[in-house]
Ligand binder design. Structure first.
Ligand SMILES: [Zn+2]
Length: 148
């Protein structure tokens, strides 16, 4: 998947939530359909950030993860990605993100970064395990496109 296609209103909602959460990271799932070309997000499922220190990292509520997987079994939709925010840093994957990325190699990682007085920026990445190329190439940036 080299493109993330999302309704601009949905992305605006996520940006607003990221800004409203102050110093805490927000997190949740991107639900939709995906193939090799693109992931199309049809909705988002928010999760409380259950990390012990939500200002430093995020942890999706396992009950929400389990519940959404079970509900999606009977549909054509799937989890195409995960979103979270970086209240104190740029919208690029952190070392912590890298450590857990191999568990969900298919997912797109959408990262939102509220910057005081400058709105919220968003970038998307996909983890690729490339042992030959070294750590710098562990993530491929995914273009974000809007349906409207
Ligand atoms: Zn992160």
């Amino acid at each position: 998947m080299t493109r993330l296609i999302i309704d601009s209103k949905l992305l605006a909602q996520l940006k607003n939530r990221a800004a409203a959460a102050g110093s805490d990271e927000i997190c949740g799932f991107l639900i939709g359909s995906g193939d090799e070309e693109a992931a199309v997000v049809s909705r988002i499922v928010e999760s409380p950030n259950v990390a012990r220190d939500p200002s430093r990292t995020f942890e999706i509520d396992p009950a929400i993860h389990f519940g959404i997987r079970r509900r999606l079994q009977r549909t054509a939709d799937e989890i195409v990605g995960v979103y979270h925010s970086h209240p104190k840093g740029p919208p690029v994957p952190s070392q912590r993100d890298l450590e857990r990325a191999p568990q969900s190699e298919e997912w797109i990682w959408l990262i939102l970064a509220p910057e005081k007085g400058h709105g919220v920026s968003a970038r998307a990445f996909r983890y690729t395990s490339s042992e030959e190329d070294g750590p710098a190439d562990d993530w491929d940036e995914v273009a974000i496109l809007f349906t409207r």
